[in-house]
Every structure is written in structure tokens, then in C-alpha cells.
Design a protein around this ligand. Structure first.
Ligand code: EPZ
Length: 415
């Protein structure tokens, strides 16, 4: 994105449209690989990660057209088998093609994702599960080589409810011989989206959203057409922005139960929230109490909203203790928030945030997607002009961020 200029201190008023869910659509794009023909996905956000996944699918021989938020994926009888380093290093979610390629071709070559700003992020749970489905796996030259003449259904117990491992294994098991049960799975709404899309393609999957998913292997899949659910993290980011600046915003469409943990916390700190079907209205004076937060796998409080919530607690009345339990380094934004006057103490994965009267503007640098969101929110609430240096992180996950913010009164522009 470059440099963003924000003149803080303005209340947000108006209506914000919420885009399709990044963390669902990337997996549906991977799942489409499993069926020759044209799959169509609607309500696709125009974000960098979607373009990166398009780049990957094209290297695998898929014909892709992306217009007016609709993706048309033409998958041939032949697809490639490699997710190359230059794509995987840009986006960890590229590894989600491993399950589909293994199921479709019987082999996959995927570059090992490096760590990223928020932590090490290995893929051992993915590999262990694929091996249990009968894949032969080796790691060399920075790549995972997986092959299986045929995958066989298995009983898999995940060590941790990993979102990506749940999705990769669900997709691989779809074409395995026999039945697979995966226990201790992730329960995020995006997992249910992958199940629904695969079932529309002819898969036989049950249990997504609970902690056991059961997959009955089928011989083949057909293309499908699907509309992606709204992005609960984008919506949560905008709710927190309005809570901080004060004002009144309405977001639509949203799915309230996907945002239950955030809505409960906002109400707990004294923010007025009204829900009407797929619309949520937030009213805030800009002042609110401090409360404690702990990130957990869904339905717990989402780690992807913790940085934004820390910005909110930085100007709350009182002290907030925040604990990150998912990643090893979710606090890359703390030093930048401190430069804006925040009073934050971090010990390992716990942060103690002493609310201050107001933040002050500064020149700050974005380290990762959600840390960048936190700095935007801090700039909206701070006194003065904040300059945010961002080399493409925000574009990865927020469609039309500046336009959406300006439409509700933010003084925000690209320099
Ligand atoms: C997905 O990442 C999301 N990304 C993340 O959102 C989100 O933070 C995360 O789920 C948790 O909700 C996408 O869906 C594209 P995990 P994923 O596997 O699948 C460890 C955003 O900002 N782990 O549930 O990679 C891992 O290191 C992004 O939109 C292993 O140790 O998350 C992490 O500490 C950021 N071994 C924890 O589990 C493995 O094999 C959770 O990872 C896999 C994961």
C-alpha cells in the first residue's frame, strides 16, 4: 500500500459493507482443484492473498477469471503438482493445495512455509495426518514431497485444533478409500464453509463446526458454485474502530454468531450493540471500561482480533490483561503503539495494558496484517496526524480499507 496518512479524532458515522471471508475463500480456491470443470465462487474480496492464490492456481494450470467479486476457476483434466517457493513464501495458505493435489493426483510437492512475523507456524500436524491417510512424505531441499497411490480412510486425532490442518486433511480424505474421522478439529466458521463447498462438489462430510469431522470417501468430485460468507475479522476490525473513535456505524452483511465473542466483549466494556438479521449497529461515546482478553481457537476470542483489541484497550478506562495463546509472537505492534503513547507491558505471551487518556500521532511501521490493522485504529483515535508505513500487509486482508473508512468519515488517505 505505501504510506497512509490518518488525521485522528473524528467520529465514524455510517454504513460499511463487509466483504467475503479471506480465510474461507483461499481454501475454496484450493478445493476447486479436486474437480475437473468450472467452479464459480461469488463474493470474493479483492485482496492480495486472493491474487496470490490465483497466481498459484495458474502455475498449476488452472484457468482463472476474476471480475466483479466472482472467480471462475477452469480446472483441466491435468493439473500441476508443485506449489513453488516463490509463491508459498508470500502466503502460507498456499500449503492448502497439498491435500487437494494429493487426493486428485496422488502426489504433491509444496515448499515448506517459512515462519512469519507472528511466529514459527510449522506444518507438522498437516504432515502427520496425511501420513495417517497413507501418504509417503519426505522433506528435502525446503520442500515437502508427498505421494500416495491411493489414500486410505483413517482415524486421526489432531494434537491441536489447527485450522489449516483440519482443512487439508478434510480435503485429502474426501477422495480416500473408506471413512475418515478427524478428532480435535478446528471449529471456525471457515471450516464449515469448506465442508459445504466440498459437499456441493459431491463429497460426503459431516461434523464441521463440532470437534469431530467424519468423511466418507467418494470416487470423484464435480465443480460447484458458491457464495462466500462475510469476513468476521474484517467486520470485527471495523466494530473496534468505531468503538474507539466514538460514533455510530452499521455493518452489513455479517453473521452474528460468527462474532459472538467480540460482541460479548464490546457489550461488557459498555458499548451499545444492536443486531438485526445480518446487520449489526454499534454506538459508542468513545469511552469504555478495560476488561481482560485471552485469544483461543474458535469459538473463543479470535487471535486475529487481538492486536486491534489491544489498540482499543490502550485508551480504555483501567487496566487490561491480554493473553495470546495461539501464536508465539502476536505483539509486533506493541512497540509502535508505545510510540503513540500507549502504556503496555509485555511478558512472554501476556500484555498488561494501562489505558491512557488519548494516544498521540507518530510515524509507525506495519509488521504484519493484523498489527497493521491495530495501527490504523490507533491512528483513527489519536490526536494529530499519524503516518503508517505499510509495504503491502494491509492489502493482503482488507478489501478497499481506505475507501470504506473514508465513507464513514475517517480522514484517511494514501500518500
Ligand atoms: C489460520 O491460520 C488463519 N489463516 C489465521 O489467520 C488464523 O490466525 C489461524 O487460522 C488461527 O485462527 C488462514 O486461514 C489463511 P492454525 P493457520 O493451523 O491455519 C500451530 C489472518 O490474519 N501449528 O490453526 O495457519 C501454529 O504455529 C491469519 O487472517 C503447528 O504447530 O492456523 C499456530 O501457533 C493469520 N503445527 C497454531 O498452531 C501445524 O501443523 C494455530 O495454527 C499447524 C499449526
Amino acid at each position: 500500500m505505501g504510506k497512509i496518512r490518518i488525521e485522528g479524532g473524528r467520529q465514524l458515522e455510517g454504513h460499511i459493507s463487509i466483504s467475503g471471508a479471506k480465510n474461507a475463500v483461499l481454501k475454496l480456491m484450493a478445493a476447486a482443484l479436486m474437480a475437473p470443470g468450472e467452479s464459480v465462487i461469488h463474493n470474493v474480496p479483492k485482496i492480495q492473498d486472493v491474487y496470490t492464490m490465483i497466481e498459484l492456481l495458474r502455475t498449476l494450470g488452472v484457468g482463472v477469471s476474476f471480475t466483479d467479486h466472482t472467480l471462475r476457476l477452469s480446472v483441466g483434466e491435468e493439473v500441476g503438482e508443485e506449489a513453488p517457493h516463490e509463491v508459498v513464501r508470500k502466503m502460507r495458505a498456499s500449503i492448502q493445495v497439498m491435500g487437494p493435489l494429493l487426493a486428485r493426483l496422488g502426489r504433491a510437492r509444496v515448499s515448506l512455509p517459512g515462519g512469519c512475523a507472528i511466529g514459527e507456524r510449522p506444518i507438522d500436524f498437516h504432515i502427520k495426518g496425511l501420513a495417517q491417510l497413507g501418504a509417503k512424505i519426505k522433506e528435502e531441499h525446503g520442500y515437502i514431497y508427498a505421494e500416495a497411490s491411493s489414500l486410505i480412510g483413517a482415524d486421526i486425532q489432531l494434537d491441536y485444533p489447527s485450522v489449516g490442518a483440519t482443512e487439508n486433511l478434510m480435503m485429502a480424505a474426501t477422495l480416500a478409500k473408506g471413512t475418515t474421522q478427524i478428532r480435535n478439529v478446528a471449529r471456525e466458521p471457515e471450516i464449515i464453509e469448506v465442508q459445504n463447498f466440498l459437499n456441493q462438489m459431491g463429497a460426503r462430510i459431516r461434523g464441521a463446526g463440532t470437534d469431530v469431522i467424519r468423511i466418507e470417501g467418494v470416487d470423484g468430485l464435480s465443480p460447484a458454485e458458491h457464495t462466500v460468507i462475510p469476513d468476521r475479522i474484517e467486520a470485527g476490525t471495523y466494530l473496534i474502530a468505531a468503538a474507539m473513535t466514538g460514533g455510530r456505524v452499521t455493518l452489513e452483511p455479517i453473521i452474528p454468531q460468527h462474532m459472538a465473542s467480540l460482541i460479548a466483549k464490546l457489550r461488557e466494556i459498555g458499548i451499545k450493540i444492536a443486531i438485526d438479521g445480518n446487520r449489526i449497529c454499534l454506538q459508542s461515546t468513545g469511552r469504555y471500561r478495560a476488561v481482560n482478553f485471552q485469544s483461543l481457537p474458535y469459538p473463543g476470542f479470535p487471535t486475529d482480533l487481538l492486536p486491534q483489541t489491544m489498540a482499543m484497550m490502550a485508551v480504555a478506562d483501567g487496566i487490561s490483561v491480554m493473553k495470546e495463546t495461539v501464536y508465539s509472537n502476536r505483539y509486533k505492534h506493541v512497540s509502535e503503539l508505545r510510540r503513540m503513547g500507549a502504556n503496555i507491558l509485555v511478558a512472554d505471551r501476556t500484555a498488561v495494558v494501562q489505558g491512557v487518556e488519548h494516544l498521540t500521532s507518530a510515524e509507525v511501521v506495519v509488521s504484519d496484517l493484523r498489527a497493521g490493522a491495530a495501527l490504523v485504529l490507533a491512528g483513527l483515535a489519536a490526536q494529530g496526524v499519524t503516518i503508517i508505513e505499510d509495504d503491502g500487509h494491509l492489502d493482503r486482508g482488507y478489501d478497499s480499507l481506505i475507501a470504506k473508512m473514508r465513507a464513514v468519515g475517517a480522514d484517511m488517505s494514501l500518500l
